[in-house]
Ligand binder design. Structure first.
Ligand code: SF4
Length: 288
């Protein structure tokens, strides 16, 4: 079988539960939209478009005010853009207002830290506001595709700082931790960048929008982690697409107090093995 094209998300899904990977990436069952994904998309769109502001209008006196105004304007327009998807979630007015305000606060937090970073660049490097803004403007939403690794990914922001490169992902997560799946995602981005440019980025990290930027150094160990996990998934998925070869991993990610796995109904993780087996055979027939 040909190698599938994987991504940090598909690889992390495979590690989480191989049956979930099967439903989403082999059977192609649709995932169920949720507020966390949609507001994540809104936040990413806002941060991408924020930098399109006219730098010629910035002065040292007005840039903070213009940054705060800009992030709010772009956020409101991005929220409107995603309105059809938001309406599909059937949130009540209070719920939608809560997520709108919470996301706005996260983006204002990000803008405040940009204001501080630009201020530091102006005072410590004696840059004009235009030069400081230009130097701190990243490459955004860059797609990286590796034919040799058969992996692709979108990198939110790439900052070129003198001789150093930083790769940044934006997250709306409550936690401020580099959990294993985040570390693997960043490792894969580092590898993709390394393959394309012949040199690894100096640092990779996450701007946790509720908190702040968190970075880690890129070293050979991080690149080796990405290579190892990519090899592992291809070693499995290029050999078989039979549902039985993608066992369920029943646990807390099947169902929790406020939600459940997108494939809970078809997977029936808490039914007996015999019933699950029957379900698996029926599902496989449908997929074929
Ligand atoms: S319900 Fe549980 S076992 Fe089934 S696919 Fe989802 S995570 Fe895996």
């Amino acid at each position: 079988m040909a190698k599938r094209v994987e991504s940090p998300s598909s690889i992390n899904t495979f590690k989480q539960c191989t049956r979930k990977y099967y439903y989403q990436y082999i059977a192609g069952y649709p995932t169920i939209p949720n507020i966390h994904q949609i507001r994540g998309n809104v936040a990413h769109t806002t941060l991408e478009k924020f930098y399109e502001l006219d730098a010629g209008t910035l002065t040292e006196e007005n840039y903070a005010r213009l940054f705060y105004g800009r992030i709010q304007t772009v956020f409101i327009s991005s929220w409107q853009h995603y309105k059809p998807q938001l309406q599909g979630l059937h949130l009540n007015g209070d719920q939608e207002r809560f997520y709108f305000e919470e996301t706005m606060l996260m983006l204002m937090n990000w803008a405040q830290q940009l204001v501080e970073t630009v201020g530091t660049a102006i005072s410590e490097k004696s840059l004009s506001i235009q030069d400081a803004f230009q130097q701190l403007t990243p490459l955004r939403e860059q797609k990286f595709v590796s034919d040799s690794y058969s992996v692709q990914g979108f990198i939110d922001a790439i900052h070129q700082l003198k001789d150093e490169v930083q790769i940044i992902d934006y997250k709306t997560n409550a936690s401020f931790e580099f959990k294993d799946e985040i570390k693997l995602q960043l490792a894969i981005y580092s590898l993709l960048y390394f393959e394309k440019h012949g040199t690894a980025p100096s640092q990779v990290g996450v701007f946790f929008l509720r908190h702040k930027l968190k970075l880690m150094d890129v070293d050979e160990e991080l690149l080796a982690l990405a290579r190892r996990e990519i090899a592992l998934i291809h070693g499995h998925t290029s050999k078989t697409s039979r549902i039985d070869d993608y066992p369920r991993r029943v646990g807390p990610l099947c169902k929790w107090s406020t939600g459940q796995c997108d494939f809970f109904e078809v997977c029936k993780p808490f039914e007996s093995d015999a019933k699950a087996k029957k379900e698996a055979i029926l599902t496989e027939k449908k997929v074929k």
